[in-house]
Write a protein that binds this ligand. Structure first.
Ligand SMILES: [Mg+2]
Length: 267
């Protein structure tokens, strides 16, 4: 299938997953065809998601399950972006981590030393915060003490809530807020709406004209603007056409009903 003139002028695309490629476990209509058409046309495709609760491997498996070939290098989570940032700016540093197994692995893979479980935890040089379902007061105490001693606080996101079948659970932002209040310090965010996730995707894709596609103004479009990238807002997730057309700052470069319409056109 040929790709539309709207995307023809880009060398590569960074695609949001939830609300753009799939919703929950269901692929959005035409999304798989659109991505295959982009690849057939020689366009680079990377997937970028704020979700750091699931490992990169889980997202790769889910992409295969909807019929798309994908490798670990194709998927950038906030955890992977954290690894990239740490490896580039803080290699060899000591880190106290609040987060799941996957985030612990990303920090170690960045070449940092994880101090969790040691007597030195509260003296870590960096505090890394993600989503944790096993958060304890000890974690908050170690993170806060380390931050008061000068450690930078790096967090995967500031998302206040986590949508679950029985309602909104406290998100990573709620945990980060506890660390920030306890230490009277402010954290730096790696996930959208900050640009690091896209910097990591660009590091994988290489140079070229790049289009970001996502369903949210306050995360995808905002992060694209901060990274200096064009963006396409799709209406298959968190934003309706009225909101999309009223958007001023940030404003998407283009608006499309869906990824399929953007890439394959209406015909
Ligand atoms: Mg989304």
């Amino acid at each position: 299938m040929p790709i539309s003139s709207a995307v023809q002028r880009y060398d590569q695309l960074i695609l949001d997953l939830d609300g753009c490629v799939w919703v929950g476990d269901e692929p959005l209509p035409g999304a798989v065809d659109a991505i295959e058409a982009l690849r057939d046309a020689g366009r680079g495709v990377a997937f970028a998601t704020n979700d750091s609760r699931h490992a990169v491997e889980d997202h790769v498996r889910k992409l295969w399950s909807i019929g798309l070939q994908a490798s670990i290098a194709d998927v950038v989570t906030a955890g992977a972006a954290m690894q990239h940032l740490l490896a580039e700016t803080r290699p060899g540093r000591t880190v106290f981590v609040i987060g799941g197994d996957s985030l612990h692995r990303h920090v170690a893979d960045a070449g940092c030393r994880v101090l969790n479980g040691t007597d030195l935890a509260s003296r870590a040089e960096v505090v890394v915060t993600g989503h944790s379902e096993r958060l304890t007061y000890d974690d908050l105490r170690n993170a806060s003490l380390a931050a008061r001693r000068g450690a930078d606080i790096l967090a995967t996101s500031r998302d206040a809530t986590l949508p679950m079948p029985d309602g909104l659970w406290p998100g990573t932002g709620a945990i980060l807020a506890a660390v920030e209040v306890g230490s009277e310090r402010e954290g730096q965010i790696v996930g959208k709406p900050e640009p690091q996730l896209f910097y990591t995707a660009l590091d994988r894709l290489g140079e070229g004209r790049t289009l970001v596609v996502g369903d949210r103004l306050d995360s995808d479009v905002a992060a694209a603007a901060k990274a200096g990238l064009d963006s396409a807002l799709v209406l298959t997730g968190g934003t309706n056409r009225e909101q999309a057309e009223a958007a001023k700052d940030p404003r998407p470069t283009m608006i499309a009903a869906s990824l399929a319409e953007l890439v394959l056109g209406n015909g």
